[in-house]
Ligand binder design. Sequence first.
Ligand SMILES: O=C([C@H](O)CO)[C@H](O)[C@H](O)COP(=O)(O)O
Length: 210
Amino acid sequence: MELQLALDLVNIPEAKELVKEVEEYVDIVEIGTPVIINEGLRAVKEIKEAFPHLKVLADLKVMDAAGYEVMKASEAGADIVTILGVAEDMTIKGAVEEARKQQKKILVDMIAVKDIEGRAKELDALGVDYICVHTGYDLQAVGKNSFEDLATIKRVVKHAKTAVAGGIKLETLPEVIKAQPDLVIVGGGITGQEDKKAVAAEMHRLIKQG
Ligand SMILES: O=C([C@H](O)CO)[C@H](O)[C@H](O)COP(=O)(O)O
């Protein structure tokens, strides 16, 4: 099981500071969608250059023209690129094809997918690398989480790795770990804490002990 640090509400210098603080405890650094909107793929490039030993995920949430967008994110240094599960199959196939060419990985974000079980089976058959259930900020605000959806994808996904994101905190991490996803994605649960290093260290310990 791996830990991904999601950076959403920072600029590039702040992102570097944050990663420096917790780098020994995380496996993947996510350059979040808001950061890419504000700073462009330069954020991916600068973080990869500053921390070459960490994997970098570009949270592009691709919806169309996937081949081109995966190519650009790969050129910037991304190891993993996200695409939306609600995208057309043609778009998913384009992303997978380009990622294979660039020797990168595709993570599908299941945000807003209504039939999690059915779509997860289809995406698994399309050869994506990760399938991630995700409660976005807007549904977190009304008390939702992805625990049930995580159990669903764990049951039906046979080839892809499973991942979970959305409002995970130190207190809820043990419940997530019980479901045994391959990847746990945490943003505010680390970045919004006073002692980020201590929280990341404890999350790392819990995740590695499984
Ligand atoms: O993908 C995300 C969200 O849509 C904003 O871009 C976040 O990175 C993801 O939800 C993880 O962050 P937290 O919910 O703060 O853990």
